[in-house]
Write a protein that binds this ligand. Structure first.
Ligand code: BES
Ligand code: ZN
Ligand code: ZN
Length: 471
């Protein structure tokens, strides 16, 4: 059950309450006794949350340190919100009031909600989520802002659920079903191309990777086109949808395979972002493209040394079947060209190299889009704390992809693997484009505050924020 957010004009005397202090002198509005004020002030020097018990209820005072960058303070508030969510679970708190200025209250609520995420579908004992309602008390806070946040959280949870689903449930066909459900609830159109349509489009990358699978592939086209869109040419979001990556005949070992249900996290992020954009009715025309298959070493699987032809006519020598993401993305990026897009952003758990370079702390990105667009996306990354770092696409790296027998090969050498993957994708774009390698931040093996263990939903809040700020 999702925690609901309410708005109230006044605080309750009986309920558990969180007070976000803008400045310490505000304490006198909430506490009468001088010794209590002194106690809280003193504790706040060492902790960002201080609590006082008032018999049947707890009052939590929150004061974040000032940072030179506002986005860092905002992140601290989300993290404090997440700590409050653990406290609520432990204390079995069902309703809580949250007061402060409206921006800060919304940030703490965001952390509280995101931190409360659980994936319980396969647990026999489903412990219920403790927190039922958060009541916000803040001047000028609007119902619209609250709904917007609720929709964004729901979209992030949708992406997390999709990533956390094992392939026994989430095969290509089921992924399309989930995307259709999201479209119905969120208000965007979904068209699913069957295998025969994919064949008629000559998507040799998607079909090649799918050759080792017993399940057919799918190519999902999501469309949100509001009447008053600010853009004529669409923005296109492309998401890698490998529902499970065994590596194919270039088989992974168990330790690097056991998390590979996460290899559709790009597709999940695109689904979640489309949901948030449509549900919140942003005036932006956006298309999502999600090619989906699993990657397995079955009877007729593609072999190292095979040559395939991508839908734009380029031939690829497949020297490693574990570099499969770029093959299905090549078809999706080629398909995007027919829309003459404003900008294409692809998201993919593409390389171990990106993960090793930046870990879980951020996203490696690259592309040919104008500096201004890159800067705007990076700013959105700071805003939601899904930070981006740019890697170069210098032409020298392209040499690594030269093939003896085809136009290009699908792997480079030992070094700069995230970049050579980007250079590969570059062969299939003829528009402004950004590639986001989310291999490091899509799936966590330990909890990282409100990002939670397992699927993080990375990309959803980032893309939503980016499109919200476009004008
Ligand atoms: N899905 C993997 C990349 C990955 C690694 C995602 C770790 C999430 C966490 C991708 O398909 C892959 O296997 N890439 C290979 C490419 C190599 C064979 C050129 C890699 O990075 O090792
Ligand atoms: Zn792979
Ligand atoms: Zn993969």
């Amino acid at each position: 059950m999702l925690t609901s957010i309410e708005i109230s004009k006044s605080l309750s005397e009986k309920d558990h309450t969180v007070i976000i202090l803008h400045k310490e002198s505000d304490l006198k509005h909430y506490l009468k006794k001088a010794e209590e004020i002194e106690y809280v002030k003193k504790k706040l020097q060492d902790f960002s949350i201080v609590f006082l018990n008032q018999l049947y209820r707890n009052v939590y005072f929150v004061k974040e340190k000032d940072h030179t960058d506002l986005y860092k303070k905002n992140e601290a508030l989300r993290k404090t919100g997440c700590e409050l969510s653990s406290i609520c679970k432990k204390e079995k708190i069902r309703n809580i009031y949250l007061t402060g200025n409206k921006e800060e209250v919304l940030l703490a609520a965001e952390g509280l909600l995101l931190g409360g995420y659980e994936f319980l579908k396969y647990k026999s004992k489903k412990e219920t989520v403790a927190l039922e309602t958060i009541t916000l008390v803040a001047e000028k806070i609007s119902k619209e802002a609250v709904h917007e946040l609720e929709n964004l959280i729901e979209a992030t949870f949708m992406a997390r659920d999709l990533v956390n689903e094992p392939v026994v449930f989430l095969n290509a066909e089921q992924f399309s079903e989930e995307i259709k459900k999201a479209g119905k609830e969120g208000g965007f159109k979904v068209e699913v191309f069957s295998k025969s349509k994919i064949e008629s489009l000559k998507m040799g990358g998607l079909l090649g990777v799918n050759k080792g699978s017993v399940d057919p592939p799918a190519f999902n086209v999501l469309e949100y086109k509001p009447a008053k869109a600010k853009n004529k040419k669409p923005y296109i979001l492309v998401g890698k949808g490998v529902v499970y990556d065994t590596g194919g005949l270039s088989l992974k070992d168990t330790a690097s395979m056991d998390k590979m249900k996460c290899d559709m996290a790009g597709g999940a992020a695109v689904t979640g972002a489309m949901y948030a954009i449509a549900k919140n009715k942003l005036p932006i025309y956006v298309i999502g493209l999600i090619p989906v298959t699993d990657n397995r070493p079955n009877g007729n699987a593609i072999t190292p040394g095979d040559v395939i032809t991508i839908s734009n006519g380029k031939t690829v020598e497949v020297l490693n079947t574990d570099a499969e993401g770029r093959l299905i993305l090549a078809d999706a990026l080629s398909y995007a060209s027919r829309y003459k897009p404003e900008l294409v952003i692809d998201l993919a758990t593409l390389t171990g190299s990106a993960m090793r370079a930046i870990g879980k702390e951020g996203i490696v990105f690259m592309g040919n889009a104008p500096k201004k667009v890159k800067h705007e996306l990076m700013e959105s990354g700071d805003d939601v704390y899904e930070r981006l770092v740019e890697f170069p696409l210098w032409e020298e790296y392209g040499k690594q992809l030269e093939s003896d027998i085809a136009d290009i090969k699908n792997i480079g050498g030992m070094d700069a693997g995230a970049i050579t993957a980007g250079k590969f994708l570059e062969h299939f774009v003829d528009y402004d484009w950004l590639h986001l390698d989310i291999a490091g931040s899509a799936f966590l093996t330990g909890t990282d505050s409100y990002r939670c263990k397992n699927g993080t939903g990375v990309g959803v809040r980032l893309l939503y924020n980016f499109f919200k700020k476009i004008n």
